[in-house]
Design a protein around this ligand. Structure first.
Ligand code: ADP
Length: 499
């Protein structure tokens, strides 16, 4: 079973959020269940340099496969496909990179620059989708790279989020015969563009009114949802939520109509990368069987953020700073928590207003609130290893990864009851505590009072050391790996390939 996974981000090459972690980890997990996956990515400068290729120049380690099949030169300009193998730290990852310097060789964000979307995002990601569908249609012939020569054509094309949402549309329009899956990692981002772009992107006019058209605009995600043979999202909870107006962000009707094609498959953590027993960022290795050395990471975190010793727990947040993530709710609930000796460590970046508000709270609470504005992968590992609890107060959360990393690293999770958060954290109810299953404190979403209550429960449990230790042990034993989910994807691929 061969699968082409098309996406706009992938760890360890390029990451702005959880999508990248998932795309980087899933292929390795799929290999364990007999699926050979290759990942198609845009040729951002960072991606090309990490695979040892310069844009359209000397091929370096990457193998130049020539012009990408399916990609319209009128959109992409000069372009080639580069094949490479990447070491993820957990194994080898086979990637195909669309090197189109006119679209991707630029400095700035992946999707925006200086706060504004790149004006040619439609062309950039239509070309990526064309490459995905083109590979599905024609296959590719290796040039003697790590995998040797010979054509490679996927049995299934797996697109992800709006950036590759048009891949199932082109695949259907071109009659590739290759079945398609589209995974929604976050329905808030839909890829909406002026409908007049459609002819330029080679989209059949029939799509207007039935396919890619979305309230008069061209919707990349909408088109993909209509065209894909199967739709998945990253947790069963989010799959239930997105067919409702409160969470569907205007796509609830489309999804409800295709409910028989929609399922939720939980994301996992890459347990080879996220392993406190081998993680070089951790102050001293620890594990569920031997949690005591975790104290060294706890002390290191307090020192790194100059925290006072109040005797209370350290709550940490590692997050994009956006409305979705409920950081404003955290600011509302924080004074009560700090008043009981609680402390906060926050690593994140995003909305300027939230950054400013957090800066003010940190300045007003030295030794109690430690703040790092920015993006720092290594520091994030240290935080999961050293914090007592992690907070994820999201208003909606398709799956959420930080709570999975926290559980594996022995931090209890304080999370909103939404999407994948509710699917992955077991609330400390009397029954769950009695069963030894509780791993965190779950609260009503979109409620500062609900969050405050969960923080108060966490704070009270902190004083009951035996209960805390039992919850921490349960957290570290939580099944956060990819095993069952990789098997679920493999079963889905096999089902649609056989149909
Ligand atoms: P989302 O994809 O919505 O941002 P997820 O929880 O699914 O949320 O994934 C976020 C990923 O990005 C996690 O791996 C998290 O550790 C990481 N992350 C978020 N913000 C930062 C940051 N400022 N520094 C380091 N890692 C971060």
């Amino acid at each position: 079973m061969k699968v082409l996974i098309a996406a706009s981000e992938c760890v360890p090459l390029v990451k702005t959020g959880g999508l990248a972690d998932v795309i980087g980890a899933l292929p390795g997990a799929l290999a364990g269940v007999g699926v050979e996956a290759r990942v198609l990515l845009p040729g951002y400068p960072g991606v090309l340099s990490r695979i040892g290729a310069t844009p359209m120049g000397s091929p370096g380690q990457g193998v130049d496969l020539g012009p990408p099949p399916g990609v319209d030169p009128a959109i992409a300009g000069a372009a080639r496909l580069v094949e490479a193998t990447v070491d993820t730290g957990a194994g080898a990852l086979a990637v195909l990179v669309l090197d189109a310097p006119g679209l991707f060789d630029r400095t700035g964000g992946l999707y925006e620059h200086g706060g504004a979307d790149w004006p040619d995002n439609a062309e950039r990601f239509a070309a990526l989708a064309q490459a995905a569908a083109g590979i599905a249609r024609h296959g590719i012939v290796g040039r003697g790279g790590a995998r040797g020569a010979g054509p490679w054509r996927p049995d299934v094309l797996h697109a992800n989020d709006w950036q590759t949402g048009l891949a199932p549309v082109y695949a259907a329009q071109w009659g590739t015969g290759v079945p398609t899956v589209l995974t929604i990692h976050n329905i808030a981002y839909q890829g909406l563009f002026d409908a007049s772009l459609a002819p330029r992107l080679g989209l059949a006019p029939a799509g207007f009114g039935s396919g890619w058209e979305f309230y008069g605009e061209l919707g990349f995600l909408k088109g993909g949802l209509m065209a894909a043979d199967r739709i998945t999202t990253v947790s069963p909870g989010y799959a239930r939520e997105i067919v409702t107006p409160a969470f569907g962000m205007r796509l609830e009707g489309v999804l409800a109509a295709r409910r028989d094609r929609l399922s939720g498959i939980l994301n996992g953590a890459d347990t080879a990368v996220w392993d406190p027993a081998t993680d070089p960022a951790v102050a001293a290795p620890f594990s569920a069987a031997d949690p005591a050395p975790r104290a060294a990471s706890r002390a290191a975190l307090a020192e790194a953020f100059a925290l006072e010793d109040t005797g209370g727990p350290v709550l940490a947040v590692v997050s994009r700073l956006t409305w979705q993530k409920g950081i404003d709710l955290l600011l509302g609930a924080l004074p009560g928590f700090l008043a009981t000796g609680g402390r906060l460590v926050l690593l994140g970046s995003g909305d300027a207003a939230l950054e400013t508000a957090l800066g003010a709270v940190a300045a007003a609470n030295p030794g109690r609130v430690g703040l790092r504005i920015g993006y720092d992968e290594t520091l994030s590992h240290r935080i999961f290893a050293g914090a007592d609890a992690i907070g994820v107060p999201s208003r909606f959360e398709p799956c959420g990864l930080t709570q999975l990393y926290a559980l594996r690293y022995g931090a209890l999770a304080v999370v909103a009851r939404t999407g994948g958060l509710g699917d992955t954290v077991i609330d400390a109810t009397p029954a769950a505590l009695a069963a030894g299953a509780a791993t965190g404190f779950v609260h009503d979403p979109d409620s500062a009072a609900g969050l405050a209550d969960a923080l108060a429960r966490m704070r009270a449990t902190w004083d009951d050391r035996d209960t805390w230790a039992a919850m921490q042990a349960a957290a570290m034993r939580s099944p956060v790996g990819w095993g069952p989910s990789a098997a679920a994807y493999a079963a889905l691929y096999r089902e649609i390939a056989a149909a």
